[in-house]
Design a protein around this ligand. Structure first.
Ligand SMILES: [Cu+2]
Length: 359
């Protein structure tokens, strides 16, 4: 019903605008085209000024209204640098924005059509062209240079003492794998993925490195002040690991592991003391990946090393679940399926991509 009314209102609106246009055309003919044009030019010139002042007030007002809605301070070392980069970019572009917009609208007002005033013909000036090409080019090169420098840091090798977490995106949640005591992720093969057999990541059970790997969903744990490297995968479509509080984000691409590392600065507890008891670090998906996209939201818990170790120790390796309760220390290696296509070198290479050892 309301759709019908909206359509009727739109049609009426068009009819009214059409009639006004026609009427003003008749008026123009009666009064003379030149006079009408001059009058509408005057109105437009004035409106240019109104738009300039109103627009700038609007920008300031939106900023005042919404400034407490933005993310709290960056909670990682890389995040701080990214924030400072954003601020520098905003200040530079902000100054340019205000100057160019003010000139644009002021000039439109000041140099409006007037009697006995002739426009100055100014087709080209090489010096000006060079100035307004070279200055932005140098500025942008510096900004992009900083961006690239941080990007290579984030995606490069982390310090030796970094913990590693494998993050796998799927429709619709995040799956996490921790390498266990040996610090090494066991090999995986996508054809081994079998939720019914408690093997959601396709771990190859004949690889002993898999026997202590820990699998969780929903919650990712990290140690405060300790670098963490994420090895990111996807099982179906492209997802994107979004860690807004740490100012980190990275695509999760099926078949191509991506990595990023950073160092969390504050524990969840410290952030709750500052920003309220309901504060939670969030992991989100930042790539529209389907109708359950929103439900990929999970929690990141940053804690002390002791708390982290206690949490990890409380988890059972996925191997135990897959073997129906057989612990990796039990002498029952015959229970392990050996369906690994070891000859397929591409498979081994693919799996090795996610098996960076850590010493
Ligand atoms: Cu997703």
């Amino acid at each position: 019903m309301s759709t019908t009314w909206i359509i009727i209102a739109l049609i009426l609106g068009f009819v009214v605008i059409f009639q006004i246009a026609k009427a003003s055309e008749y008026v123009a003919i009666m009064r003379g085209e030149k006079k009408t044009r001059q009058e509408s030019n005057r109105i437009n010139a004035f409106l240019m000024l109104v738009f300039l002042v109103g627009g700038l007030i609007g920008v300031w007002y939106c900023n005042e209204r919404l400034k407490d809605k933005i993310l709290p301070e960056a909670a990682s070392n890389h995040g701080e640098r990214i924030d400072s980069m954003i601020w520098i970019t905003l200040i530079i572009t902000g100054i340019v924005f205000v100057i160019t917009q003010a000139l644009l609208f002021w000039f439109s007002y000041k140099y409006q059509e007037r009697e006995n005033k002739k426009a100055y013909y100014f087709p080209h000036n090489n010096k000006l062209e060079v100035i307004w090409t070279v200055i932005p080019a140098i500025t942008l090169t510096i900004l992009v240079g900083f961006g690239l420098y941080y990007w290579f840091q984030i995606t490069g090798e982390p310090p030796k003492d970094a913990i590693q977490i494998e993050v796998t995106g799927k429709q619709f949640n995040w799956e996490f794998r921790y390498p266990g005591k040996d610090g090494v992720f066991g090999k995986k093969y996508y054809k081994e993925v079998n939720e019914a057999k408690s093997n959601p990541l396709g771990q190859i059970w004949s690889d002993p490195a898999n026997h202590d790997d820990i699998y969780t969903t929903g919650e990712m744990h990290m140690i405060v002040g300790k670098p963490v490297k994420l090895i990111i995968n996807a099982k179906d479509v492209i997802h994107d690991v979004g860690l807004g509080h740490f100012r980190m984000k990275m695509d999760a691409v099926p078949g191509i592991p991506t990595t990023m590392w950073f160092t969390p600065k504050y524990t969840t507890r410290q952030m709750r003391e500052k920003y309220g008891a309901d504060f939670n670090y969030e992991i989100s998906c930042q790539e529209m990946c389907g109708k359950g996209h929103y439900s990929m939201r999970g929690t990141v818990i940053v804690e002390t090393e002791a708390e982290y170790n206690a949490w990890l120790a409380s988890k059972q390796p996925q191997y135990v679940a897959a073997m129906g309760g057989v612990s990796p220390t039990d002498p029952a290696p015959g229970a392990m399926p050996t369906t690994t296509p070891a000859k397929d070198s591409a498979v081994t290479a693919g799996a090795a991509g996610t098996t960076t050892s850590m010493k």
